[in-house]
Design a protein around this ligand. Structure first.
Ligand SMILES: Nc1nc2c(ncn2[C@@H]2O[C@H](COP(=O)(O)OP(=O)(O)OP(=O)(O)O)[C@@H](O)[C@H]2O)c(=O)[nH]1
Ligand SMILES: [Mg+2]
Length: 469
């Protein structure tokens, strides 16, 4: 993929085949000179390049010297004003494939113009600083959008929905990083620097913005993959019975149900669909206080430990959770904490309703459903709650899939680094350590907007475009 902005590129921007209008698009330094003598009336290039507004001229284009010229409308944008940020032209002609091909050939063979590569117009817009990488991906998002929601998302991103907050956070980080570096470099000088503590409110705002972006990235990720709904709860809470009930005849194999606590050891998964909304349902082994307290998956040998590891694994991948607790049981400490921390993604399922007349009072404002896997009571209402939960998680997605895929880890890294920097600030740690965290956060955000990039990354992004975009 050529990264040079020097040569003039051309491509057909309208669809192939016959139609009412065919569009040829050109971009590059002094692109207007390439059609000199072919477009009539002649354009005064110096005058055109002085105009602030784009110029439109109705005229003709000499396609073949021995034939009458074709009617042609010319649009001209001077340097810095068009889509690519370069001098650009569009020729709107009758949509006749022989005419369009002949003009392209003529300009290539005798005027030194080059055929554009896939996405090269958008690549130039990026290289000349007109748009950042997230906006370039949004262009592709608009072209590829399968439905109205996707178009809305892509247009919002193209309009700067992601670029503006990113830019503001980057400016904050750059300003504090340079302040810290100046303090380190001129530690012995009697200079007046901004106090390190003054960084705190700015970093807190930056953290909130990155957290919000990170949430959007996660939501897009969820929208792209089939969401995983995980059933969790204490041993014997009725999880496997609920799993079998929700799966009906869809499960390849039903989960084993027994009154011995700890029956389920491994986890089972089945693909289900509620009103067209697809997801995977996963049954897990009983989740205990000990599992909840262990911060990560540790090496373990006993069957119990291995079982708990499996549950932790499923939870890590889960998007929505059905926390099962028997209707008459008080909630344990971890269940209360879980419900508080996963409010929007957890449905509290009170099980075995047929056995208990009185249900326990619920806490907080978590979504709750009381069910009986034995009689089927409440199952339909639970299905509706699951569908609603999945839809809420997906409807707020503001990021096009390509950006989410490329940048998810980078946003996460910057989030961790800014968090860490605030912690270190509270511990009064030295400037060099704070600076290192800020640098990490900034590097990751630079990757997202494309302030730093490799040719491989650009190749990957722009090769997905069509020629002419
Ligand atoms: N009456 C009644 N019994 C139920 C209901 N749901 C589950 N049970 C019984 O409760 C016991 C435990 O059910 P399971 O579904 O195996 O519970 P679990 O949470 O998967 O248990 P572990 O896999 O051991 O963690 C079994 O004897 C079930 O028959 C229900 O809605 N009504
Ligand atoms: Mg079970």
């Amino acid at each position: 993929m050529p990264l040079s902005l020097d040569d003039i590129i051309i491509a057909q921007a309208s669809a192939n085949g016959c139609g009412i209008e065919g569009i040829l698009r050109m971009s590059g330094h002094n692109a207007l000179d390439a059609i000199d003598g072919l477009f009539a009336p002649p354009i005064n290039a110096a005058e055109a390049r002085n105009r602030i507004k784009p110029m439109t001229v109705n005229g003709t284009f000499t396609v073949w010297d021995d034939t009458a010229p074709a009617p042609c409308k010319l649009y001209f944008w001077r340097q810095g004003h068009g889509y690519t940020g370069q001098e650009s032209i569009e020729l709107h002609l009758p949509c006749s494939p022989p005419i369009l091909h002949a003009i392209v050939n003529r300009l290539i063979t005798v005027r030194g113009v080059r055929l554009a590569n896939r996405g090269e117009f958008t690549l130039r817009a990026f290289l000349s600083g007109k748009i950042d990488l997230t906006q370039a991906e949004a262009v592709l998002g608009v072209i590829d959008a399968p439905n109205r929601n996707s178009v809305d998302t892509a247009l919002a991103q193209l309009a700067g929905g992601l670029s503006h907050p990113l830019q503001s956070v980057r400016e904050t980080l750059i300003s504090h990083l340079s302040n810290l570096e100046a303090k380190i470099d001129f530690a012995d000088e009697p200079l007046d620097f901004v106090s390190v503590n003054d960084m705190r409110p700015d970093l807190q705002t930056a953290l909130e913005r990155i957290t919000d972006m990170n949430k959007q990235f996660k939501e897009r990720y969820l929208a792209n993959k089939q969401p995983l709904v995980v059933i969790i709860g204490l041993p014997n809470a009725g999880k496997s019975s609920l799993y079998n009930c929700l799966c009906g005849d869809k499960a390849l194999q039903p989960a084993i149900v027994s009154d011995t606590p700890g029956t389920t050891r491994d986890y089972l998964k089945t693909e289900l669909e509620i009103d067209g909304q697809k997801f995977q349902l996963c049954d897990t082994a009983g989740y205990t206080n000990e599992t909840f307290d262990s911060t990560d998956i540790v090496d373990s040998n006993t069957i119990e430990q291995k079982t708990q590891q499996k549950t932790l694994q499923a939870i890590k991948q889960g998007d929505i959770f059905l926390l099962c607790a028997e209707s008459n049981s008080p909630l344990t400490k971890w269940q209360k904490t879980w419900l508080r921390d996963h409010k929007s993604t957890t449905i509290l399922v009170r099980t075995k309703q047929d056995l208990h007349e009185q249900n326990k009072q619920e806490i907080g404002n978590n979504k709750t459903v009381t069910v009986s896997a034995k009689t089927g009571q409440g199952i339909e209402s639970l299905q509706m709650q699951i569908r609603e939960c999945l839809q809420t998680e997906q409807s707020t997605t503001l990021i096009v899939p390509a950006t989410a895929q490329r940048c998810r880890n980078a946003i996460e890294t910057s989030l961790t680094a800014v968090k860490q920097c605030i912690l270190l600030l509270d511990e009064n740690r030295e400037e060099s350590i704070l600076a290192s965290e800020l640098q990490t956060a900034l590097n990751s955000l630079d990757e997202v907007v494309g302030a730093v990039y490799t040719e491989d990354v650009l190749e990957k992004i722009f090769s997905k475009f069509c020629i002419g975009k």
